[in-house]
Every structure is written in C-alpha cells, then in structure tokens.
Design a protein. Sequence first.
Length: 94
Amino acid sequence: MFAVWQLIDTIIALYMWALIISVVLSWLVQFNVINTSNRFVYTIGDFLYRITEPVLGRIRSVIPSVGGIDLSPMILILVLVFLRNLLPNILGLR
C-alpha cells in the first residue's frame, strides 16, 4: 500500500510542477519575454496546456476570474495539496 501512496504522491507532485511551469510560461509569453514562434517553446507550451487545461477549464466554469486574474491554478494547487495530505489517512499509512 505504501508503494501505491508513493506513486500517487509523485504523480500529484509532478502535476503541480507542470501547473506552475504552465502559469509561468503563460506569463512569459504574455509579456513577450519568450515567443511561441520558437518551435521548442510552442511544443512545451502546447504539452502543458493539454495536460492542465481540462482540469483548469472545469474550475474556471465554476469560479470566474477576479479583476482579470485567473484564480483557477491557485485553487487547483490547494486541492492537490489537500489530496496529498489526505491520501495517507485514507490508505491507512498514518
């Protein structure tokens, strides 16, 4: 059971990093620090968009942006941290 918990914990941690990198990348593109005409940047951005947008889109449909600021990544990170802390208790590891 411990191995299952470690696998799930690692997947959640990797997804949180992908979410953070996606947000930072979107800021860099918005402020013209990097350009999406670069094939490498476009490929990374497209990959991150495809893995984060399905979940973020559902959160955005429930919670609108506040003053032009998208709060969905922060809410998703809070939910993922809550899940990481809750899983050991559910699996009986604590």
